[in-house]
Design a protein around this ligand. Structure first.
Ligand code: NAD
Length: 713
């Protein structure tokens, strides 16, 4: 008797295997499942004479979910032999299933991602129901892993190495059933799950001799092998693509996937499976997979489950949102809300300004329809939810307002005065300010307890993070509502206490300052950009600074310096300050919007690093070691994240890690800005030593804080 796989044979001799773990809401690769899979495959062989065919399906909402990440994240090098044996065993069962000599069909009723798709790939025919939430793909790369249940071996043999690597394995794309059909990952798509089993049985009757293509005489891998056919010429193309995708940043999973796919295509299937296993073990027992799993799965899960949400507050669902200020941010917020099914009242100073804000959504939806991501009907529905107006009186029925007018405290105070008189007394008052203290803004309203910072990132409809800022008087109820709204928008909230620069701006400013400090020392600017990419940041730091404008970090510095003077604190100046002043005041270089920054622009297009940089900052005769440049960027941010955390501005490490990654591009391979410290080779103690080295060479801002020293061991 198996517990996670139900066996049912009908009068025609077709066995339906229903995956249905009684102890969980989803089917996963538990120990019990492996035992049950083994028993089931054995039984199929024992009873083969009375079996006509096999249908594999699931009684859960999803088909099968894959490996247990709790177990994977704990794997150590000494576990390698045991885990290799485990994988070999699972693979041998899947191989036995596909070589049973009877047609086996998967009826994919819900998401088949990772292990789920690998299971289905070991069957002869894949049917998928076109139902909401049914996703098909091998997303392991996002966790720093590779699919080790035969996923690389079988997709390569099914689609060819190039397509498998580029479209499935390295991209980790989750496909809709229709897109999976087009690609060839599934064979048929049915309108819903009700007819899956009937259709599966029909297929079995029609294909009594079904076998995998790779077990059929005369089979060759589509696109050839590394030494024969088109693939032999494409291997270097694949390597070049990998290089341009990863920019030289640590990307062991992407590399291992390519190697396993190419090497596996040159050998027989059993050897290919072993190659896949070995690469997987290398990844799973290494640090980077742990960092990525913790960041993208466990930390993200904690946030989604309400980790930093005040407890005991009832759930909130916004039905009508007010957005005041229809500029770049307001337009993006309104569009994000409309897409999430929320009615939006979009206010600006004139109807035409408000309509211009709505045009942002109109353009985006038109593009979505054009590229097939949306239909005309659903685009119309989304757009019908945004109501542009110049009259605050139209805000009466909103349950939440987000203000996104110019960054000016007096203007915001005036606008909130108007908002307050227009909305219901229960409506939450949110401000999208990027720099102004929430507690100060809240002082302008009569109910500061309902006031909360809701800091989106640009472009607001696409960036996944929202930093919620709790002012001194913000109530738990208002914060909880803001948290729920962010989740309703499909975004990730982190919670930060009101403090200059909040969390993300403070941390990113540390990197921007570091890069400009390097310029001031005469470091080659090309090296600074290259170090940024090799550290794993999505763009060069100088390029980013041009987008944000050079005056922004300087204004932040000036305000912080003024505040320090008022408080009687000594201002600890940063080595970058003179370089900023020289660029802005001496040479008028302020950034992309002005058409002249650290790069040159022609007609708004970035061309090359500014040709005057060498005159502005004469190159140093001796350039610092390249690894120092990489470490300086990462360490500057990690040390700042620690200081913010240590000061209690951000209270959850998960929020800090996820916030640094999703908000300001701290590289995923590190696991986030705080985790970077502990995962550093040699641990926190070695991180401290390296910080001291950097402090000695490049400035006191690298000196680890006493609290870090106290815990460094
Ligand atoms: P923006 O200049 O593009 O838009 C501001 C809009 O507010 C304009 O359409 C303007 O007409 C409107 N407005 C001005 N006074 C108004 C009033 N009295 N009533 C109604 N509307 C009024 O600015 P933005 O970049 O969208 O920034 C808006 C806010 O978001 C600022 O506080 C900014 O600091 C913050 N923010 C910006 C970014 C960013 O990257 N741009 C990121 C996070 C937060």
């Amino acid at each position: 008797m198996t517990t996670t796989i139900r066996w049912n044979i009908d009068a025609d001799g077709i066995v339906t295997l229903t995956l249905d773990d009684p102890n969980a809401t989803a089917n996963t690769m538990t120990q019990q499942f492996v035992v049950d899979l083994t028993d089931t495959v054995n039984r199929l062989y024992v009873e083969r004479e009375s079996v006509i065919g096999v249908v594999l399906t699931s009684a859960k909402k999803t088909f099968f979910a894959g490996g247990d990440l709790h177990e994977l994240v704990e794997l150590q090098p000494e576990d390698a032999p045991r885990f290799t044996e485990h994988l070999n065993h699972v693979k041998s069962q899947l191989r036995a299933l596909e070589t049973l000599g009877r047609p086996v069909v998967s009826a994919i009723n819900g998401a088949a991602l990772g292990g789920g798709l690998e299971l289905a790939l070991a069957t002869h025919h894949r049917l998928a129901a076109d139902v909401a939430g049914n996703q098909i793909g091998l997303p392991e790369v996002g966790l720093g892993l590779l699919p080790a249940g035969g996923g690389i071996v079988r997709t390569s043999r099914l689609l060819g190495v190039t397509t498998a690597v580029e479209r499935v394995l390295s991209s980790g794309t989750r496909y809709t059933p229709r897109a999976a059909l087009k690609l060839g990952l599934v064979d048929e798509v049915l309108a819903d799950s009700s007819t899956l089993i009937t259709r599966a049985k029909e297929w079995i009757f029609a294909n009594p001799d079904a076998a995998q293509p790779w077990d059929t005489p005369g089979y060759t891998i589509p696109g050839g092998t590394p030494t024969r056919g088109p693939l032999s010429a494409q291997v270097s193309h694949l390597s070049a693509t990998l290089r341009s995708q990863t920019n030289g940043a640590p990307a062991p999973a992407e590399r291992a996937i390519l190697a396993a796919a190419v090497e596996g295509a040159a050998v027989d299937i059993d050897t290919a499976e072993l190659i896949e296993t070995r690469y997987f073990i290398g990844l799973a027992t290494g640090q980077i997979a742990k960092n990525r799993i913790n960041l993208t799965f466990f930390d993200a899960q904690r946030i989604k489950a309400g980790g930093s949400r005040p407890t005991g507050q009832s759930r909130f669902r916004s039905s009508r949102l007010g957005v005041v200020g229809a500029g770049m941010m307001g337009a993006g917020i309104a569009y994000a809300a409309a897409r999430a099914g929320i009615e939006v009242v979009l206010v600006d100073v004139s109807l035409s300004a408000a309509q211009m804000g709505k045009q942002y959504a109109e353009r985006a939806e038109a593009k979505a329809v054009e590229t097939g991501r949306s239909s005309a009907n659903s685009a119309d529905l989304v757009l019908s939810r945004i109501r542009p107006t110049d009259d605050m009186a139209n805000l009466t029925a909103v349950d939440f307002v987000i203000e996104a007018v110019f960054e000016n405290a007096e203007l915001k105070a005036k606008v909130f005065g108007q908002i307050e008189t227009s909305v219901a007394e229960t409506a939450v008052l949110g401000s999208n300010t990027s720099t102004l203290p929430i507690t100060v803004l809240a002082a302008a309203v009569s109910r500061p307890a309902d006031f909360v910072g809701v800091h989106f990132f640009s472009p607001a409809d696409r960036m996944p993070l929202v930093e919620l800022i709790r002012g001194k008087q913000t109530s738990q109820a208002a914060l909880a509502k803001a948290y729920d709204l962010v989740l309703q928008l499909g975004k990730t909230p982190i919670v930060v206490n009101d403090s200059r620069g909040f969390f993300t701006s403070r941390v990113i400013t540390a990197r921007l300052n570091e890069a400009v400090g390097m310029l001031g020392e005469g470091v080659n600017p090309v090296s600074i950009e290259q170090a940024s990419l090799q550290a794993g940041y999505p763009t060069g730091t100088l390029q980013l600074l041009d987008e944000l404008t050079l005056t922004l970090p300087r204004t932040i510095r000036e305000k912080a310096e003024a505040a320090a003077t008022v408080d009687g604190r000594v201002w600890a100046s940063h080595p970058s300050e003179a370089a900023f002043d020289r660029l802005i005041d001496g040479y008028g270089r302020v950034g992309r919007a002005a058409g002249s920054g650290l790069y040159d622009y022609v007609d708004g297009k970035r061309k090359a690093l500014w040709s005057g940089l060498a005159e502005c900052f004469p190159p140093a005769a001796v350039q610092p070691p390249f690894t120092d440049l990489i470490d300086r960027l990462l360490f500057a941010e990690a040390l700042e994240a620690w200081r913010v955390y240590d000061a209690g501005v951000i209270e959850s490490a998960a929020d800090a890690n996820v916030g640094s990654h999703l908000g300001i591009g701290f590289p995923a391979w590190t696991g986030g800005a705080l985790r970077y410290i502990d995962q550093y080779p040699g641990g926190r103690g070695r991180f401290v030593e390296r910080s001291r080295e950097l402090a000695e060479r490049y400035g006191a801002h690298f000196t680890p804080s006493p609290s870090m020293l106290a815990t460094a061991g």
